[in-house]
Ligand binder design. Structure first.
Ligand SMILES: [Zn+2]
Length: 216
């Protein structure tokens, strides 16, 4: 340990960082060739201040690339999930029926049964014609409905009813069906069978019958 050592020790951190001037670098290098104390001090610093090697940098880049790829995949998956959800919703809205509101569509005024050509016809007019599906139902003399009432007794069936249903989206139903009336043959009177005494419109939401035709 000499005076030079003190100067060199001041320079060592700069040297280790690689920021000292060329003259200082030469001075440090000349000195540590001879002085083991300063050399070992520099080695200690070198361990502390280890710059990332080329290998580490490559590994970092790989990690960054992988994170980016994972983000892209996560984005694609999220997009696919959203698209799938939207198309499922659309299919559901278009293909799932719902009962038409009797009040809103004036069902009692717009749905009737007419008798001509020895047959019964279901006549639907006005906004109620914008239906998509016709559901037939039977009722028995106790007022229970097949598929709805709990105690429906097919031995006692006496009524044939219809329920109009439409797509979940009103706008689609109107666009596709229009509002022109239509007539649908229910049955030839001769084929109706003795047990059917009435034809009715059935509001399946409120379990309510509207008699449209009754046998004389
Ligand atoms: Zn020294």
């Amino acid at each position: 340990m000499n005076n030079n050592c003190n100067i060199i020790k001041d320079l060592l951190p700069l040297y280790a960082d690689g920021v000292c001037s060329k003259e200082s670098c030469t001075l440090v290098e000349e000195h540590i060739k001879e002085c083991s104390a300063c050399r070992s001090e520099l080695e200690t610093m070198g361990n502390d201040i280890k710059l990332p090697s080329a290998k580490d940098t490559a590994a970092l880049k790989r990690i960054k690339r992988r994170i980016r790829a994972e983000k892209i995949v996560a984005g694609l998956v999220a997009g696919a999930v959203i698209l799938g959800g939207l198309s499922f919703l659309t299919v559901w809205l278009v293909n799932t029926d719902r009962s038409m509101d009797v009040e809103k569509y004036h069902i009692t005024e717009n749905v009737s049964v007419t008798e001509h050509d020895n047959a019964l016809w279901l006549s639907v007019n006005g906004p109620a014609a914008s239906f998509d599906f016709v559901y037939p139902t039977l009722s028995d003399t106790d007022g229970d409905h097949f598929g709805h009432g709990k105690g429906f007794d097919k031995e006692k069936k006496n009524g044939l009813g219809y329920t109009l249903k439409q797509r979940r989206i009103d706008a689609l139903a109107f666009t596709e069906m229009g509002t022109d009336g239509f007539e649908k043959k229910i049955s030839d009177i001769a084929d109706l069978g003795d047990d059917i005494k009435k034809i009715f419109y059935y509001d399946d939401v409120n379990d309510k019958e509207y008699i449209l035709w009754e046998r004389d």
